[in-house]
Ligand binder design. Structure first.
Ligand SMILES: Cc1ncc(COP(=O)(O)O)c(C=O)c1O
Length: 425
């Protein structure tokens, strides 16, 4: 055996390379794979950088202060703007405006924020419930930290509260330990694009209270909404004890690696401690860029950006309806993705991974195969058997990302995908 392999930590052989990182290396004309934001405020960011340059030029002390290590939990200027926004737009309990800025935890992307949650909560074998399918950057991280992922079924609205409750009961019975964490992407989930109705949000909150399970609510797509915005699960958490709220600039502004999170007090302190050992602090310069954008520009820019994503989604959906073979698909009201899966048994047998590489790629199309949105190991709640079973993977599913490709190419790309699917499914 290669001597280097023998010294690597065990998780390195349990956790495979991310499917999406691999697909990001493949370039193609009709790129419907990675969820890269294609609509960014291209004129505004250079403008902000010029504004910041003037500020740094005006006094060298400004450079010394800001090209510097900053507080681990975030730069107060950014925390203040975000506290104000979280109070006004998201109605987060306990955040009434700028003055509550110290309750906003800045992370280096929400990827770091959700990883820190796992880092401080999960011991080997602890149970985490996730949707089936779920954001691969989270489910795989669960396995990396030693967690046991149990997936719960979803429909066209996302997690189904009754099945989540059954999953908790059966997992606790079967594995003899309490479920620790429930992961929910309430708005426009990745990969299915589903949005939870408010009734389901409330029901999930009540289930979490009843079974004493912490919820991690990932609101990555909360600002990319084509219809009215719904209140987050966090809004039911009046005492800030049950729901960890994770959000990010990545989709609504740009992936400048800034996440913003609200955590129960005790968890905030532990996350701050853990972050100290990971990166000491998020770079101040990017936080300053975000601070100015959120203070002065976002309210004007965001509706224009959302409108573009909406058009991209509509083109994708129309082409899908016109050209795809029989199957199940979502019609998202926000976010970056549509999900399609083969009908019946083929949802579990059709090898989309092979289809992607051997058929789509040579035809200049790429999507992300459904199998990517599952942990490398884990269990699933089976709604028919009403039991926990070995991990059940919808590998006959696919995520179609409409966020990056120019409007002019999307319809053509999705129609080509539909034609090839009809020939091969
Ligand atoms: C649901 C979800 N959560 C979190 C992230 C990570 O976002 P960030 O860029 O802030 O790390 C993503 C990115 O694709 C995502 O889709």
């Amino acid at each position: 055996m290669d001597p280097i392999r023998t010294i690597l930590a065990e998780w390195t052989s349990e956790v495979p390379e991310s499917e999406i990182r691999k697909l990001l290396k493949q370039k193609t004309k009709y790129y419907l794979a990675g969820g890269l934001p294609g609509n960014l405020p291209t004129k505004i960011f250079p403008e902000i950088l010029r504004e910041l340059a003037d500020y740094y030029d005006s006094d060298e002390q400004n450079v010394i202060n800001e090209f510097q290590y900053g507080p681990t939990a975030g730069h107060p200027g950014l925390q203040k703007v975000l506290a104000e926004r979280l109070a006004k737009r998201d109605k987060i309990p306990g955040i009434s405006g700028e003055q509550d800025y110290e309750k906003v935890f800045i992370s280096t992307g929400s990827q770091q924020g959700t990883y820190l949650v796992l880092d401080i909560l999960i011991n080997k074998g602890d149970i985490i419930i996730t949707p089936s399918p779920a954001y691969l950057g989270f489910v795989t991280a669960c396995v990396k930290v030693g967690g046991h992922v149990v997936t719960a079924p979803t429909d066209e609205y996302g997690l189904i509260p009754e099945y989540v409750e059954n999953t908790i009961v059966k997992a606790e019975e079967g594995f003899g330990k309490k479920v620790k964490l429930l992961y929910v992407v309430s708005d426009s989930d990745n990969p299915k694009g589903t949005t939870l109705p408010v009734k389901r949000r409330e029901a999930l909150f009540n289930i979490a209270e009843q079974y004493d399970v912490m919820i991690l609510e990932d609101q990555a797509y909360k600002e990319i909404q084509f219809e009215e915005k719904r209140k987050p699960i966090k809004s039911f958490d009046k005492d800030n004890t049950r729901v960890i709220y994770a959000s990010t600039t990545s989709k609504e502004a740009a992936p400048i690696r800034i996440g913003y999170n609200i955590l129960p007090d005790e968890l905030f302190k532990e996350a701050e401690k853990a972050k100290g050992y990971i990166d000491l602090c998020t770079p101040t310069l990017t936080q300053r860029l975000a601070e100015v954008y959120y203070r002065k520009y976002i309210d004007e820019e965001l509706p224009k950006i959302v409108q573009k994503y909406k058009e991209q989604k509509e083109i994708t959906y129309k082409a899908l309806v016109e050209t795809f073979p029989e199957g199940e698909y979502t019609n998202p009201t926000g976010g970056f993705f549509i999900w399609f899966q083969a009908k019946g048994e083929k949802a579990y047998t059709f090898d989309v991974d092979k289809f992607n590489q051997e058929v789509l790629y040579p035809n200049e199309v790429l999507i992300v195969p459904g199998g990517a949105f599952y942990p490398p190991k884990g269990s699933s709640y089976d709604e028919e058997a009403r039991e926990i079973k070995p991990l059940k993977v919808i590998k006959g599913g696919m995520r179609i990302g409409y966020s990056f490709l120019k409007k002019e190419l999307i319809g053509e790309g999705v129609r080509r995908l539909g034609k090839l699917l009809t020939e091969h499914l």
